[in-house]
Design a protein around this ligand. Sequence first.
Ligand SMILES: *Cc1c(COP(=O)(O)O)cnc(C)c1O
Length: 412
Amino acid sequence: MFCYRDNTFYCEEVPLADIARRAGTPCYVYSAGGILSRYRAYDEGLAGLEHMVCYAVKANSSLGVLALLARAGSGFDIVSGGELHRVIQAGGDPARVVFSGVGKTSEEVDYALARGIHSFNCESEAELALIDALAARRGVRAHFSLRVNPDVDAGTHPYISTGLKEHKFGIEIGETEAIYERARGMRNLAAAGVSCHIGSQLLDTGPILEVVDKMLALAERLRSAGHAIRHRDLGGGLGIAYREGDQAPDIGGYIRRIREKLEGKGLAVMVEPGRSIVGAAGVLITRVLYRKRTANKEFIVVDAAMNDLLRPSLYQSHHEIVPLRRTGFGSVVADVVGPICESGDFLARDREIANVAPGDLMAVCTAGAYGFVLSSNYNSRPRPPEILVEGDRWRLIRARETYEDLARGESL
Ligand SMILES: *Cc1c(COP(=O)(O)O)cnc(C)c1O
């Protein structure tokens, strides 16, 4: 995917500096091979079991990335009408789309019904009533799963942990059976499954596997009560290695352990991985603008900022930053900061980093997930382009924004 050859940093067969020279900086670069190999680790790991891998669109919703996954046969997990629109634009099959999220609007639900999505993952009784009413108006039956909150601590960053009682997500596990029971009275709804998603960037799969057991038991109870539960949706959440030396769970191993629990249960399985498919397959390329020293700090000012990659500022998350050309000039300890007028605008703090000079190019690694999608135009900065590499070829899948783009739709 990404590696050094003769001290030059490559994405697949392409030196990243070649892309930076042609496309400019900052720019996001994704490895098609990296994305597909992770998708296949899920898909092939579940081969022989009835299953659907629903890539979580919110992790990276570029049309070029969605089209790549759609062609490979992926389903999609969406959390908005806009994401459904993107999936359809990219050639994805609405019949392989599940709609998650705690705040679906009636417009979004109606759009999803019109397109015939696979099912809704519902998070409240009021939402069930809304879907039932809108499905009745269209004369269709909507399939649903309740998203169960299993009250399990995912052990991850509080902002991306979702499976505890105090979180806004899902329905308390103790209440779900009564709600499935009441939903029987809703004529345009059909119970199809049970779902959960306990958080993101899980480095320990223990909590998810614990939840699998809880969910299996729930599905059994629902089936014996006469509900036509056909699938179990385990959500996404598998973590990736952001730090050199981090041990991230292996997708194949995780799937094998899920299989052991599910085999012979007569239930289809769905998973909704986002980060673990695209995260490690992307980098953000940036150019060094200045070196600057204050009384007790060294700064490397680069042309990428928190508007391009928000994760360090939002979650204090770590991304390795490496030079595109390795030289013999040693290293420094510095903050890597962007041009934005906020002290919170940093890509790394007190980091030992290559001793780069103005003009040098660097890669901010593992930026393929929750990178571009969280970007903004803050400080009126055009958002960067996105590039997809396939072997020795690369192409722009999203152009750099222009100043005209910045004011689109505005008037005096
Ligand atoms: C965000 C999200 C996912 C994907 O999570 P990752 O950690 O990126 O794998 C899956 N399902 C739901 C419901 C989500 O909200």
